[in-house]
Design a protein around this ligand. Structure first.
Ligand code: F6P
Length: 327
């Protein structure tokens, strides 16, 4: 008899969506079915857990056709109620009633904090990192980051066409509330003059000098990447630069939620598959309160206590590379 025949695994996505979440849900579900377990898809993240929005999937076909889809097919929310003890208690009560033995949660830092809170109350749970911000400790890459970076790169390449046609400097704002990861990586991939990010604050005068310097060296455009969470706000910076004579006229583009959409890249689909398989296997082997992650070439497990208390620093060497290459 299959040892997992009476095991029911629940899976949800939570927080901001990230391309590759669907590929990951598919990998989790198919691994569980392969191992003989039952699978329940939970709609709307933790909110769905509180409201009992469960879908019992009959077999692996239930997750067919979602691999290449962007967004999250299971839908996601940032649940206020789940941050409170009463919400968590309600979620646990529903899980028990539905006969869910273990939970896989796919999402960013808030989602993983929620997973840890459940584990502390005795729920078996494994987290999978998915957030375009790539600010999660315990993994080199989260699901969705590569797709977002490619979207940024395509957008900035287009902006460069128009910037050089009109001798302009473009301030391009990327997502990343508390992290400059996307901005720094985009700065390298897109040949920016300078990157502004929360981790390495700079002044308006320094940015002005960098732009003026590019103008004087005969460049016909300048690209400045600004992380959403940078100490200087993008529109304020543009206003200040307009008052100074930096050579180029400036324009602002805020990329916004376009960065979260789109079909996942090959890298994200591959990462989602590996993390999903490992997470389901870990849960079925009675591991709990852990997050799967990519470290080097390996898929590893890290305790959620570490994941939720440590921060993932932005690489200073990469930050400096942007300035060095902007010659
Ligand atoms: O955490 C992912 C992220 O896209 C951040 O980069 C951004 O600050 C935030 O989510 C936006 O959240 P919302 O979709 O709720 O506006």
């Amino acid at each position: 008899m299959n040892k997992n025949k009476f095991y029911t695994l629940g899976v949800l996505t939570s927080g901001g969506d990230a391309p590759g979440m669907n590929a990951c849900v598919r990998a989790v579900a198919r691994t569980a079915f392969q191992e003989g377990a039952n699978v329940v898809g939970i709609m709307n993240g933790y909110e769905g857990l509180i409201n009992g929005e469960f879908k019992r999937w009959r077999n692996a076909r239930a997750v067919g056709g979602i691999l290449r889809l962007g967004g999250t097919w299971l839908q996601a929310q940032r649940s206020k109620d789940f941050r409170e003890k009463h919400g968590q208690r309600e979620a646990i009560r529903n899980m028990n009633e539905e006969g869910i033995d273990g939970l896989i949660v796919i999402g960013g830092d808030g989602t993983l904090r929620g997973a840890h809170a459940l584990a502390e109350q005795g729920i078996k749970v494994i987290g999978i990192p998915a957030s375009i911000d790539n600010d999660i400790w315990g993994t080199d890459m989260a699901i969705g980051v590569d797709t977002a970076l490619n979207t940024i790169m395509e957008s900035v390449d287009k902006l460069r066409d128009t910037a050089s046609s009109h001798n302009r400097a473009f301030l391009v704002e990327t997502m990343g509330r508390n992290s400059g990861y996307l901005a720094v990586q985009a700065g390298i991939s897109c040949g920016a003059e300078i990157v502004l990010c929360p981790e390495f604050p700079t002044t308006v005068e320094n940015v002005a000098e960098v732009i003026e310097n590019a103008y004087e060296r005969g460049k016909n455009h300048a690209i400045i990447i600004v992380a959403e969470g940078a100490t200087l706000r993008t529109t304020d910076l543009a206003r200040e630069l307009d008052k100074m004579d930096v050579g180029f006229k400036t324009r602002v583009t805020i990329l916004g939620h376009v960065q979260r959409g789109g079909s996942p890249t090959a890298f994200d689909r591959h990462l989602a598959a590996r993390l999903g398989i490992r997470a389901a296997q870990a849960l079925l082997n009675s591991e709990t309160d852990m997050m799967v992650g990519l470290r080097g070439r390996d898929i590893t497990l890290a305790p959620l206590t570490d994941v939720t208390t440590k921060t993932r620093p932005v690489n200073m060497e990469f930050y400096n590379m942007v300035r060095m290459l902007a010659q």
